[in-house]
Design a protein around this ligand. Structure first.
Ligand code: 6GU
Length: 225
């Protein structure tokens, strides 16, 4: 899978994909994240990418031409399954959306800034608008990093243990059960005995029950359907 990110602040995206799981996935050639500096497509001597809004009002708006030029450049090289605009008024990102996007071969993530992009970009280039939650970030970059991480780890082969994503919280509409590692006892606090029983069936059952209890206590909304 290939993800192209278009950003006015590419420095913000320097680090998130260069560590741990995301780094290994790229080294293994399982996915590729390419960051494009919108400023390289800026207009005129000052490489302008934003401008005052028509009708007046505070806050700058991202211009259509630099974004159009960048997207058209990319589209001339390959086809894209989605052009995604990251914006607080987009569709809420969740695990089912991450699952769907992880099965695509090429997507563009366009990060918004300031007051957002000229509406004509949304009408004519963007195929999907996504928000990562009901709060406002100062730009789409951190949201893009969140999406790329959530999507990237679902690509087969990215996680060491192929099955581990299957047991994530949300993957089966339940929160994940508690986990423990050594020591068995710390400060008098013991791990649940069942986990040492060696009885796989009983352990699975215990984990499932813990998942239900935890979901009921913390996210009853998830059990409604
Ligand atoms: Cl995708 N962008 C911005 N700027 N703020 C957000 C967001 C995205 N999702 C939640 N808040």
């Amino acid at each position: 899978m290939r993800i192209d990110i278009i950003s006015a602040v590419p420095d913000l995206l320097e680090s998130p994909f260069q560590h741990s799981i995301m780094k290994r996935a790229q080294q293994k050639g399982l996915f590729e994240v390419i960051i494009h500096n919108l400023r390289d497509y800026g207009i005129g001597r000052h490489k302008q990418i934003d401008d005052y809004q028509f009708g007046g009002g505070a806050g700058m708006v991202m211009k259509i031409e630099p974004i159009a030029n960048c997207i058209n450049d990319l589209k001339a090289q390959r086809s894209y399954d989605e052009v995604i605009y990251l914006t607080p008024d987009g569709k809420k990102f969740d695990q089912p959306m991450a699952n769907r996007l992880s099965m695509l071969s090429s997507i563009i993530l366009l990060c918004g800034h300031y007051k957002g992009v000229d509406e004509r970009v949304r009408e004519h280039f963007v195929t999907l608008e996504v928000s990562i939650g009901d709060f406002v970030l100062s730009g789409g970059e951190l949201a893009a990093a969140v999406m790329v991480d959530a999507i990237g780890r679902l690509i087969p082969g990215v996680l060491g243990d192929e099955t581990s994503a299957l047991f994530d919280s949300f993957q089966d509409n339940l929160l994940a059960p508690p986990v423990y590692t050594r020591p068995e006892e710390y400060n008098g606090w013991r791990i649940p005995e069942i986990l040492k029983s060696g009885h796989d069936g009983k352990i699975s059952e215990w984990r499932y029950e813990e998942s239900i209890k935890r979901t009921q206590a913390r996210r009853p909304d998830m059990l409604k359907d």
